[in-house]
Design a protein around this ligand. Structure first.
Ligand code: KIV
Ligand code: ZN
Length: 505
């Protein structure tokens, strides 16, 4: 068995998904969970991109001590300085620098000759190496680059001190056999390849990211780059849970192992889905709601007789809690605390009290508070909530125009207004915009029940465009209009936090 390293880029490439905008606390919460999951390196962000990115990378570097922390930098001096500034306090820091090497990227995007690109890459790796021993170099769009040029640039950056070489299929164009052959050819032609780790980073535009990554393992790759739930630019990145469970379930074919604690997979997936607002499709491999559900009579009969008839891995192996424990309005602090501890959710006293108050409110509305509900109650605080819901009222029906009144608090003052809409949710969103003087354009809306049952909580996720910025929000309630209002307000608060809305105006 050969040990493969898992490089998680949920907080960098994953966070580049349209509509995702995590705040520092949310990123930190995900980073801690990734450490618990056992990733080897987590890419915490792109520090030069914004002050918020810089701040979250530094917080993660300071607080998450058990795994490697990578920061992304273009092959530019300022990027590298900023990346180093953000991660220098980490226990295991890594600078990850990249430049595009394909003819189309060099000509059209960078407007540089191959020699200039090579020179810039070498300088950047040298500079990064002067700061930290662990330096990763990525050749962006490697799979569409010329083999000889790629091998030449890789040989030179190894000489300059790179310790990891990454071969991204940036646009998800490769196919498995072709990609494996290409990676092998690059490795064969690169001088000094035995001194470094080789990594691949596959995008999913053709749905082949996982297949391409697995194919590359067979030719000697030692690191896989991936994200939780496969989130990322466009169609996303290779999904960590799919890679890891393929290696584990088919260890007869793939003689590799990872350090991933697979029983943390479900929890990590749910956390990332909840905080990013990117819900997992029901039939998604490994972590989709239906991944372990057996619907047809023949299948149910088979599973009851022997699970392996239709189950190639057990729900327990990814930490799925099949017999979700039920708490209710009579449950006390002790029971709730104990259940949280079993779920690995540790809260300090203040956070526990806040959570327990939310639990009581929910338990009054709902017969059973399930494990899934508990996760929704224990989420990280959202963006610093500047705008807070005081109350809302809606009226709608078959023969009337839906109307909503919304009262909001902002800086200790209460503001309220009313608006009509196509439906009660639309009316409520319009009323919020009227109160705040904002103009949000709803680009995405989804509602799903957190758990089964007629009294389930509804989880609403929205993506709202303010000006040119798309921002996500999420709200949970037994009342779907309240859930929708909370989701919209979370998007508003995130946009305020990032300076995309200025209420002072
Ligand atoms: O897809 C890509 O090429 C990247 C690089 C920055 C590694 O994300
Ligand atoms: Zn990428």
């Amino acid at each position: 068995m050969r040990r493969i390293e898992i490089f998680d880029t949920t907080l960098r490439d994953g966070e580049q998904s349209p509509g995702v905008a995590l705040n520092v606390e949310e990123k930190l919460q995900i980073a801690f969970q990734l450490a618990k999951l056992g990733v080897n390196v987590l890419e915490a962000g792109f520090p030069i991109a914004s002050p918020g990115d810089f701040q979250s990378v530094s917080r993660i570097a300071k607080e998450v001590r058990t795994v490697g922390i990578a920061a992304l930098a273009r092959t530019q001096e300022l990027d590298i300085e900023r990346a180093w500034e953000a991660i220098k306090v980490a226990e295991y820091p890594r600078i990850h620098t990249f430049i595009a090497t394909s003819p189309i990227h060099m000509r059209a995007k960078l407007q540089k000759s191959p020699e200039e690109v090579l020179e810039q890459a070498v300088q950047a790796v040298r500079l990064a190496k002067s700061k930290v021993s662990d330096v990763e170099f990525s050749a962006e769009d490697a799979s569409r680059s010329e083999l000889d040029f790629l091998a030449r640039i890789f040989s030179k950056v190894i000489e300059a001190g790179a310790t990891v070489l990454n071969i991204p299929d940036t646009v998800g164009y490769a196919t498995p056999d072709e990609f494996a052959a290409f990676v092998k050819a690059v490795m064969d032609k690169t001088d000094g390849i035995e001194k470094v780790k080789v990594s691949v980073h596959c995008h999913n535009d053709l749905g082949l990211a996982v297949a391409n990554s697995l194919a590359a393992l067979n030719v000697g790759v030692q690191q896989l780059e991936c994200t939780i739930n496969g989130i990322g630019e466009r169609a996303g990145n290779a999904a960590l849970e799919e890679l890891v469970m393929a290696l584990k379930t088919r260890r007869d074919r793939y003689r590799f192992e990872t350090g991933i604690v697979t029983t943390e997979i479900a929890r990590t997936s749910q956390l990332v889905a909840r905080l990013t607002g990117m819900m997992v499709q029901h039939n998604k491999a490994i972590v989709g709601k239906n991944a372990f559900a057996h619907e047809s009579g023949i299948h149910q009969d088979g599973v009851l007789k022997e699970r392996q008839t239709y189950e190639i891995m057990s729900p327990a192996s990814i930490g799925l809690d099949v017999d979700s424990i039920v708490l209710g309005k009579h449950s006390g602090r002790h029971a709730v605390r104990q259940r949280l501890a079993e779920l690995g959710l540790e809260l300090d006293d203040r956070k526990f009290e806040e959570m327990f108050n939310r639990f009581k409110v929910l338990a009054e509305r709902k017969r059973e508070v399930t494990t899934a509900d508990l996760f929704s109650l224990v989420e990280a605080p959202g963006a610093e909530e500047q705008v807070v819901l005081d109350y809302f009222q809606v009226s709608s029906g078959t023969n009337m125009v839906p109307t909503a009144t919304v009262a909001l608090k902002y800086r200790e003052q209460e503001y309220k207004d009313a608006a009509c809409g196509d439906g009660p949710v639309d009316a409520a969103f319009k009323a919020i915009d009227k109160v705040l003087g904002t103009k949000g354009k709803l680009m995405h809306y989804s509602l799903q029940a957190i758990d089964g049952g007629e009294d389930a909580q509804g989880e609403v996720t929205v993506a709202v465009q303010f000006g040119e910025h798309l921002v996500g929000g999420r709200g949970v309630s037994t009342d779907i209009i309240e859930g929708s209002v909370k989701a919209y307000l979370q998007a508003v608060n995130r946009a305020i936090e990032r300076g995309w809305i200025d209420l002072a105006k």
